[in-house]
Every structure is written in C-alpha cells, then in structure tokens.
Design a protein around this ligand. Structure first.
Ligand SMILES: C[S@@+](CC[C@H](N)C(=O)[O-])C[C@H]1O[C@@H](n2cnc3c(N)ncnc32)[C@H](O)[C@@H]1O
Length: 311
C-alpha cells in the first residue's frame, strides 16, 4: 500500500516537473533562496521573459491553426464548387477547373500588379522572402473561385528575384499570370491605377473592375518607411490604404505594438475575401494577422478577455 502511494507521488512529481520544463520556468531550491536581491530580481525578470515568450508562441500557434482551418475550408469550398455537401472532385478535374478560372481571369478578372521595381534596395534575405510571398499570393489566387488577373511588373529575367522565384517556387515559369519587364504605367492608363500603400490618406472603399490595383513588391525587414507612397507619387497615380482605421481598433498588448503594415500576400488575401463577400469586417476578421495589435471593432464585444487600447 505504502509502496503504491509513493509510486503515485513520484508519478505526480514527474508530471509537475515535465510541465515546468515545458514552460521553461527556472525553479530555485532552498539553497538559492538567500541569493542577494539583485539576483532575485534578475531571476524573476527571466521567468517573466520566458513566460511572455511562451505566451507569444501559444498565440502564434493559435493564429496558425486558425489560418490552417480557413485554408482547409477554402479548399473544401473549391472541391465542392462552393456547394456544401456537393460531390468531391478528382484532382485532375480540380486542376482543370482551376486552369479554366485562371484563364477566364486573364480575360475578364479584376486586375492586380505587383510592382517589382524596388528590389535593388533589398537584401538577399528580403528577396527570398518576397519570392515566398509571391508564391503564397499566387497560391491564394489559384484557390479563389473568382481569381484576379495578376501581373508581375518590372521583373527582369536577370534579376536576383527572378532567379529566386525559379529556385524557390516550383512551376514558377508555368504560373498563369503576366510577367513583364514593363512598368504598370506601360500597361495601363495612369488614371486607372490605384497604388495600395499603408501611408495613403484615403481608405480603399471597394474594389472596382475599371481600376488596376498595385502592390509594392517590398519586404519590411529593414523597414523602409513610405517607400511605396514615394513610388506612387513618382508615378503620379491615385493611392489608397486598407480601411483598417475604419473597421478595426487597437488591441491592448504588453509591448503596446500596433502595425498596419502587412505582407503583400496578406493584403491580397484580404482583397480576395472582400471581393468574395463584400465585407471588410469579414475580410479583416479572417486574414488580419493577430500579432499586429488590432482587432475587428465588431469582435470586441464578443471577446471579453480583449481590452481595447487608446488610439
Ligand atoms: C510590406 S509592405 C511595404 C511597406 C513599406 N514600408 C512601404 O513603403 O509601403 C508591402 C506592400 O503591401 C501593401 N500594403 C501593406 N500594408 C498595407 C496597408 N495597410 N494598406 C495598403 N497597402 C498595404 C503595399 O502595397 C506595400 O507596398
């Protein structure tokens, strides 16, 4: 009996120490208790830092799970052609449907260019990340029931980005989009062009088939502020920002971090969902990254553990 009891105690202790190990929290024994005060303060700072790190990891995992769920839902919708409970289609048929949709988009779809004229000021790491973002952007377009007509402008075949796209993005040369060395203004009249930039004064209200939307091919690693706004000014075209201020509020967070600057594929996912649903609220709710310190205004009342920060 006594032996069984001590085995249970030992198992419980093992469980607790495993949990502590998972949390990466340092625990001090009696010997450590009479350390000088400074040492104690340093230790508790370490514990807090590690706890915050752990909380950030949990939040990131939660956000990834949500994105995965959304992706699976979109895949399911695509497989059934948007009809719940519809028949599952074979891979070959799905591929044919995707190609047909993309071909149709190249004739009648909404137009979006990624302006790749600014890659010279980017590091090779940033160029690789941009190649990855272009792959994700194209992947989202392939899955869309109403894809955009995509253009990669100012992309030279001898550029590092072009080489990186071929190296990293399998099938890049067969992507169903227009790749050109020309600039967006060689392709479209300036009055139809709307350059999307986080620094624009006016918010984008809707997505219009008479307009051509431009995303700046930039990665914000070594944050180059207002670069896309300067580029739009140089081209003398209209600008617009995503209507984040109009539909979202700042969320309180320990670092008081709030950013409205998104990666090009994130902006594109938001545009696709807005075009599909007509709702900015839904588009931001689905795609706005959790770590940016914003929450959709409508979601505040249904999320009691969130506190809104002063703007
Ligand atoms: C990583 S951002 C580049 C931010 C960069 N500092 C700049 O100069 O704009 C890449 C591109 O995504 C688009 N973008 C990102 N956040 C946006 C927002 N809040 N509103 C509109 N466009 C945005 C813009 O086209 C921008 O050029």
């Amino acid at each position: 009996m006594a032996q069984a009891h001590s085995e249970i105690c030992e198992q419980q202790l093992n469980g607790v120490s495993e949990e502590i190990e998972l949390l990466h929290i340092e625990v001090f024994t009696d010997e450590g208790q009479d350390r000088p005060g400074r040492e104690d303060a340093r230790c508790s700072r370490n514990v807090l830092r590690k706890q915050r790190h752990w909380e950030r990891q949990v939040a990131a995992k939660k956000s990834k799970r949500k994105e995965e769920k959304m992706r699976r839902k979109l895949n399911r919708e695509q497989q059934t052609g948007g009809r719940a409970g519809g028949p599952l289609l074979t891979k070959r048929v799905l591929k044919a449907i995707t190609r047909e949709r993309l071909a149709e988009a190249q004739c009648t779809g909404l137009k979006l260019c990624v302006d790749l004229s600014m890659t010279d000021s980017m590091s090779s790491k940033e160029v690789s990340r941009l190649a990855g973002q272009l792959r994700r952007l194209y992947g989202s377009n392939r899955k869309a029931t109403q894809p955009f007509h995509l253009f990669l402008t100012n992309l030279r075949e001898d550029s590092c980005l072009y080489k990186e796209c071929i190296r990293m993005n399998s099938g890049f040369l067969r992507y169903m989009m227009d790749v050109t060395e020309d600039s967006c203004l060689d392709l479209f009249p300036p009055e139809t062009v709307v350059y999307l930039t986080p620094d624009a004064e006016h918010a984008l209200e809707t997505v219009d088939s008479d307009k051509v939307y431009i995303l700046g091919g930039l990665v914000d690693e070594s944050v180059q502020k207002r670069l896309s706004l300067s580029r739009a000014t140089e081209l003398s075209v209209h600008t617009a920002r995503l209507p984040i201020d109009e539909y979202m509020v700042k969320k309180h967070n320990p670092k008081n971090f709030h950013s409205k600057i998104l990666a090009i594929n994130q902006v594109f996912d938001i545009l696709l969902t807005f075009c599909h649903t007509g709702s900015w609220t839904e588009a931001f709710h689905t795609w706005f990254p959790q770590g940016k310190g914003y929450i959709v205004a409508q979601d505040v009342s249904s999320t009691p553990d969130i506190t809104v920060a002063q703007s």
